[in-house]
Design a protein around this ligand. Structure first.
Ligand code: MLT
Length: 409
């Protein structure tokens, strides 16, 4: 009989969001008349920007005509999209990123998992705690950890606590680590890293020959002009960082699928014989071997967010979600609950009232207010006693959710 990858058996529980889905489904079946408001998984609710829809239709029509039909595209993405990304997302902010350092893909979740292919098994990995579970689970899957302990932590990973006491900004690791996952604006805490903090991390990474895996999937939500949108705004980051970006939360592409990863050509890793090798060529090799590119119409839809019209439409949908975040933040604070995040991010991170455990608060909120959020402990042991709410919802649902929250005993 074929052997399975035993590392999968180490995974502490099901993936967080399916577990929430399971509990909500059971509740809805038992209470069919309950009007449940879902603020658990961060999935967008507003339709695609008009400019993206127009580009999608146009590109689809091109596919229907022999002279403009396209088959396989370049695995790394079409030049029209890579160039628009380099210009608008990086060069306009003074970040030195060129089009050929951008790899278009079907999602950041896939990319943050797949990036492990190009790194050796003996690297020491650091993650923030609480953390987007994909960073941890993908390392467990490839065998970089032992089995989870009682708190859900895996031996083999270095956890960097992020709590209210340190403003949810992790301290540098006590020793040397090789790969560091940083996420800003942060999922799940909704907080951001300042320029000074990011500079400290870049300096640490360069001094320790470490690589930062920087997840900036929520950068469009940054409202504070002092906060960097890209790690490449920090001098020296081209030598120590890979950045992940997504159109999902920026332009409502969770159902269309388009993202990109930046691997600078100046980023080096070490081979087992001690020499240096650029990571860009390894990632390019991996990408071309295991991926056939994002479809042409979807790349055209993504390109449309960089037009004047598309940029305006994106701006207004982001403002809409951020207003939801403000309503949640202020409404919940009025109920006497401590709230974090939600200013430069679509997530509200709250301290559970009366010291309730995260999953107990989840059950209370669901059964008494018919509201669904995400238990903080699902993101790591430092998330215990916290709870995440997503601002991705209609205005009507958001206002109703605040009222129900305030009525909760
Ligand atoms: C979340 O709710 O944390 C996100 O939707 C997850 C994701 O983007 O994969």
């Amino acid at each position: 009989m074929a052997r399975i990858n035993d590392n999968y058996l180490k995974l502490a529980a099901g993936y967080l969001f399916p577990e929430i889905g399971r509990r909500v489904k059971a509740f809805c079946e038992a209470n069919p008349s309950a009007k449940v408001i879902r603020m658990g998984i961060g999935d967008v609710t507003e339709p695609l920007p008009g400019a993206c829809i127009a580009a999608l239709h146009k590109a689809t029509d091109e596919m229907a005509v022999r002279s403009s039909f396209r088959g396989y595209g370049p695995e790394q993405g079409y030049d029209f999209l890579r160039e628009a990304i380099a210009k608008h997302d990086f060069q306009s902010r003074g970040a030195n990123v060129s089009a050929n350092e951008i790899f278009v893909s079907d999602g950041s979740k896939c990319d943050v998992g797949n990036i492990l292919d190009v790194f050796g098994a003996d690297n020491t990995i650091a993650v923030q705690d609480p953390v987007y579970p994909v960073y941890v689970d993908t390392n467990v899957m490839v065998g970089r950890t032992g089995s989870a302990d009682a708190s859900g932590r895996y031996p083999g990973l270095v956890y960097l606590p992020c709590t209210a006491d340190n403003g949810f900004t992790p301290a540098l690791p006590p020793g040397k680590v090789d790969l560091i996952y940083l996420c800003s604006p942060n999922n799940p805490t909704g907080t951001v890293m300042s320029r000074e903090t990011l500079t400290k991390w870049v300096e640490y990474a360069r001094a320790n020959e470490a690589i930062i895996l920087f997840d900036a999937a929520y950068e469009t939500y940054i409202t504070d002009p002092a906060i960097p949108h890209s790690i490449y705004e920090i001098p020296g980051a081209r030598e120590c960082a890979i950045e992940f970006r997504s159109f999902s939360k920026t332009a409502g592409f969770t159902g269309l699928r388009c993202a990109f990863t930046v691997v600078p050509q100046s980023l080096m890793g070490r081979t087992s014989d001690g020499s240096q090798k650029d990571v860009h060529s390894l990632w390019n090799r991996r990408h071309c071997t295991k991926f056939n590119g994002v479809s042409y119409p979807i790349q055209r839809a993504a390109e449309a967010i960089y037009s004047a019209e598309g940029a305006q439409q994106v701006k207004s949908v982001i403002a809409f979600y951020l207003e939801n975040a403000r309503l949640l933040r202020e409404g919940i604070a009025q109920a006497g609950v401590q709230v974090f995040g939600g200013v430069n991010a679509p997530y509200i991170w709250l301290k559970t009232p009366k010291g309730l455990k995260s999953w107990d608060f989840f059950d209370k909120l669901l059964s008494e207010a018919h509201l669904v959020g995400t238990p903080g402990s699902g993101f790591g042991s430092c998330g215990e006693g916290y709870f995440r709410l997503s601002a991705f919802n209609s205005r009507e649902n958001t206002m109703e959710a605040v009222q129900r929250f305030q009525k909760l005993g």
